[in-house]
Design a protein around this ligand. Sequence first.
Ligand code: GLN
Length: 250
Amino acid sequence: MNIRQAIADATTRLSQTSGSARLDAEILLAHVLGCDRSHFIAWPDKQLETDQLEQFESLLEKRINGSPIAYLTGSREFWSLDMAVSEDTLIPRPETETLVEYVLEHFPADLSFKLLDAGTGSGAIAVAIASERPGWKLVASDIDLASVQLAQRNAGKHGIGNITFLQSDWFDNIEQKDFDIIISNPPYIAEQDPHLSRGDVRFEPRRALTSGTHGMDAIEHLCQHAAKHLKPGGRLIVEHGYDQADSVYE
Ligand code: GLN
């Protein structure tokens, strides 16, 4: 089977369950071949080896069963950086780049700020900000050790040396009390939210997604404890659900 046939066949099979069947097929095949998708345009007639086809088939079956592409390839782009991801962490979302943008807009590069990314997961937020603000001192924490290690790996991958990593249940192991910024994309989905049984989120860790009956437990905890770790006038910046703005302000 050649590249063109493999992609066409996979696209047909994926279209039953995925809204982006052709793209999924191309991304998975590119991952197996260790090449860029543009390779397929240049070499559509290239024959695939048996082991390549087997590997492709195995990924395809997982994708047909709903596995997120990012978990199958082990990476996702965030802030134009290639971030390693694993099933231990949430897959970074483009919406979360809004938090990074906000920080860069409001806190200039020529001043040195101290920032904590609480619940860093893959390290997406901390690594993105550190890549833009090499002079700042960042701390990134997560309750889950595998996530802390993954975040560390992502920092290393992008040559970032100004983040200290800590395993901590929110502020439990954070002694520092002089942050200018505490930032977090905490879990904020209500435990019974029907979205949890759809799409990629079915495969993501529950602890990274849900937080109590109204999804507000983690945000409440951050609001109650952040001040003790912030300088006077410091900022707490959190992502929250589309319908939670009023509760969060309150
Ligand atoms: N901070 C990480 C992210 O934005 C993880 C967030 C989470 O697990 N809730 O991707």
